[in-house]
Design a protein around this ligand. Structure first.
Ligand SMILES: [Zn+2]
Length: 374
């Protein structure tokens, strides 16, 4: 059995399509990973997540360590068994959410002490504890523990933070390698930092490559810098990372972000947008996003998206979805989440096919013409 392999089948410009092979299954790239924060992709049964085309989902270390607790998940047989998802799971390190969600943080070289946003209880997250939690969860792709500073800070602050993250990356590698049997069937990804600065990004990429990882993430983007600044950084950041390894852009994004990032050489993504938007009444379609609460859908008997083969579009009208969302019915959140996940997976499948056939430029142009029109 292959622990981890990445085969690139075709490239078109900087865009690549391939397959990551792991013991729990293959991951077709470019890949979109639905976010299963608390051992659930909200409003979806796992069999329906799989039916949408997802090969891998993401779990959040921060949320799971606080509730139900990593040791409890381990006693219950691990995250796959607990949540009913047999295929690969990527877990984040907890670093990003401890910065954005917890209270009373204190960051030292050792790690981050913080108070839970749930009950105020005190916890430590360090590279070693993050690796231990991800091992207890049974993660297939483990992420290094890093600090994700705000991108609008002075260069010397960003530089010091990046350098500490690289020391934490080394500690993460060592702790992961000491994980015994888990280390023999899972993979570890490093995370490039350095905000929008090309020199810092290069230094980070070199430090990570020196340590050696199965894949490399681009961290510290999609934190409020805007699409133009993100794309400007992606014009150089992916190419600084090893070409023969998967590149994962964390926390991205909108459908047009995904197309622009694949165009720049990114292979993997995760984002709460399709699921969160689905609960809030926003639908993604080939003709741009729609707010289903809008009165113009009240008597529209057509489907959400003419081109979408998902269960929601096959069976229900825009008028019905409008009614469910106006009434606060939970089925509204379920149906729109399911459509949005199908839409994201169809977009990834469309990009994979276009790259394989050498027509990605035309695919991206057609997508933008329809999606960004209005
Ligand atoms: Zn649909």
């Amino acid at each position: 059995m292959t622990r981890f392999a990445f085969d690139i089948h075709a490239t078109d410009g900087k865009a690549r399509t391939g397959t990551i092979r792991m013991m729990r299954g293959d991951i077709r790239t470019p890949a979109f990973m639905p976010v299963g924060t608390a051992a659930t992709v909200k409003a979806m049964k796992m069999e329906d997540v799989r039916a949408s085309g997802a090969d891998i989902i993401l779990g959040n270390t921060y949320h799971l360590m606080l509730r139900p607790g990593a040791e409890r998940v381990a006693r219950l047989g691990g995250l796959h068994k607990f949540g009913g998802w047999e295929r690969p799971i990527l877990t984040d390190s907890g670093g990003y959410q401890v910065m954005s969600l917890s209270d009373l943080r204190k960051i030292t070289e050792e790690g981050v002490t913080f108070a839970s946003h749930l009950d105020g209880s005190r916890h430590l997250l360090s590279p070693e504890r993050s690796m231990e939690i991800q091992r207890l969860l049974g993660s297939d792709i483990v992420m290094c523990f890093d600090e994700c500073p705000r991108a609008d800070q002075p260069r010397d602050v960003i530089a010091r933070s990046m350098e500490m993250s690289m020391r934490w990356a080394r500690r993460s590698r060592d702790a992961f390698n000491a994980g015994g049997e888990h280390a023999e069937r899972s993979a570890l990804f490093g995370i490039q930092q350095g905000a929008l600065d090309e020199g810092l990004r290069k230094a980070s990429a070199d430090a990570l490559t020196d340590i050696g990882f199965d894949g490399y993430a681009i961290g510290g983007l999609a934190v409020g810098e805007g699409q133009e600044a993100m794309f400007a950084t992606l014009d150089f950041a992916p190419e600084q990372l090893p070409a023969d390894r998967p590149r994962y852009l964390m926390g991205v994004g909108k459908p047009d972000d995904l197309v622009g990032a694949v165009e720049r050489g990114v292979d993997m993504f995760d984002c709460v947008l399709p699921t969160r938007s689905g609960r809030n009444g926003q639908a993604f379609t080939w003709h741009g996003p729609l707010n289903m609460r809008n009165a113009r859908h009240a008597e529209d008997t057509g489907p959400l998206d003419e081109r979408c083969p998902c269960p929601t579009c096959t069976k229900y009208s825009r008028a019905y979805l409008h009614h469910l969302h106006k009434s606060g019915e939970m089925l509204g959140a379920m149906l729109l989440t399911e459509h949005n996940l199908w839409f994201y997976q169809q977009l990834m499948a469309g990009m994979r096919a276009a790259i394989a056939e050498g027509r990605f430029t035309a695919f991206a142009a057609d997508f933008r013409r329809d999606y960004l029109a209005r």
